[in-house]
Design a protein around this ligand. Structure first.
Ligand code: SF4
Ligand code: SF4
Length: 87
């Protein structure tokens, strides 16, 4: 069964675990600047926006480590993995 990432930015706590995991998985370093996901804080509203770059390969490592549910993996019944977009 395939999975896809559900994104709920209003649940993001800004911990950067997703970005650090992405950079480690793909570049071998802890560097949010090299991650394929960006966490952008709206200082006025006190909220976060999550943006995936065009270089994101849909590996879903970020969603596996998100502690808040802002990125969550969900099963997609009846789909094979390659048929499902990452987000
Ligand atoms: S799905 Fe994209 S943003 Fe998430 S870990 Fe994989 S490459 Fe990085
Ligand atoms: S999406 Fe999840 S892992 Fe990423 S900064 Fe927000 S709470 Fe942390």
């Amino acid at each position: 069964m395939a999975t896809e990432i559900i994104v709920r930015p209003w649940q993001c706590i800004g911990c950067s675990t997703c970005a650090l995991t992405c950079s480690l998985a793909h570049h071998g370093v802890f560097d949010t600047g090299r991650a394929n996901i960006r966490i952008c804080r709206d200082e006025f509203a006190g909220t976060f926006e999550l943006r995936f770059s065009s270089t994101c390969n849909g590996c879903k490592q970020c969603a596996r480590v998100c502690p808040s549910g802002a990125l969550q993996l969900v099963d997609v019944p009846g789909k094979k993995e390659r048929e499902v977009s990452s987000r």
